[in-house]
Ligand binder design. Structure first.
Ligand SMILES: [Zn+2]
Length: 305
């Protein structure tokens, strides 16, 4: 049986949908990204393995952004000594996503089977989350060493090390026939309870059973836009009462602007302004969305430079 919260309509793409397995107190999220992830990746000329890894990282970021209560930006940074030296992803409280990767094209693997191999691409390094929770609240930061072959395993490692509850997470990424990127993910969390409704052994047993169900999921079930997320949950947890909450929409949107670049240029020392000029112009490129802003001599004079 499944119960849909009042007014909940099955979303199709670019959403994160919270749910609860009623009676078991297992909380979860199901996520699917379509045009949001495609737009972010297509703004760059990323080789397949890099694009795949960034798509996973964006899905993970959006997933985590729905767990924390915050106003501002959740930032995921993964730094390693492998061919992909840096992955950066942001998710705002309003569901706006952006991200980019820095990599060394000459060191990328020549074979790629559309499967993430984070360990090979990232090497050794760390994964860090920063959550800005508004001006009055402290910022939250979690950092762990990269551990695991896939980004999913790195995320599990993060949960084991940094949060006080059990969690399981599954991600799926595909580049479909139309060469568009699609991703999906599911996460289940088992919080410790002060006054559990079930005996501890029963909680453990139920948690293990449900964790295994998530782990055994086919990644393709997660990103296929033609399957309703309600159906995915219903088929996965068909013995349970599933309560579904209102979905949050996600989209690709960068927070860069010409005004911000102007402000940045206005703060630079003269020597640096001169060193940035090529044929009298300064071209500033946003690392996230690849948008170029060109400042000619006249623009720079207007800025007082
Ligand atoms: Zn931008």
């Amino acid at each position: 049986m499944y119960v849909v919260a009042d007014g909940a309509v099955a979303p199709k793409n670019d959403f994160v949908l919270p749910f609860l397995l009623d009676g078991l107190e297992l909380h979860g999220r199901i996520i699917r990204l379509g045009s949001a992830v495609d737009e972010i990746i297509l703004a760059h000329d990323y080789p397949g393995p890099v694009a795949h890894l960034l798509a996973e990282a964006l899905t993970l970021t959006a997933m985590l952004s729905s767990i924390f209560k915050y106003k501002g930006v959740l930032n995921l940074q993964i730094k390693g000594d492998g061919p992909v030296g840096l992955l950066v992803c942001d998710a705002t409280d309003g569901g706006q996503l952006r991200g980019y990767a820095k990599f060394d094209r000459t060191c990328l693997p020549t074979f790629w089977h559309e499967k993430s191999n984070a360990a090979q691409l990232l090497g050794e390094g760390y994964l860090a989350f920063t959550v800005e929770r508004g001006p009055e609240k402290e910022r939250y930061q979690g950092i762990v060493e990269l551990g695991g072959r896939t980004l999913e395993q790195c995320a599990h490692h993060y949960f084991q090390q940094s949060v006080q509850y059990d969690a399981v997470l599954k991600l799926g990424v595909s580049r479909g026939r139309a060469k568009t990127w699609r991703t999906g993910g599911i996460m289940l969390q088992c919080f410790p309870r002060k006054e559990p409704m079930l005996p501890n052994e029963k909680i453990d047993e139920e948690w293990k059973k449900h964790r295994d169900l998530v782990q055994k999921m086919q990644p393709s079930t997660l990103y296929q836009g033609c399957i309703s997320p309600f159906t995915v949950l219903f088929e996965l947890f068909d013995d349970d009462n599933i309560r579904v909450y209102e979905a949050k929409n996600l989209c690709a949107k960068c927070s860069c602007s010409k005004e911000r670049v102007e402000f940045f240029l206005a703060t630079l020392p003269n020597e640096e302004i001169e060193s940035l000029k090529v044929n009298g112009k300064i071209v500033v490129t946003c690392e996230f969305c690849n948008l170029q802003t060109i400042f000619c001599e006249n623009d720079l004079t207007e800025l007082g430079r």
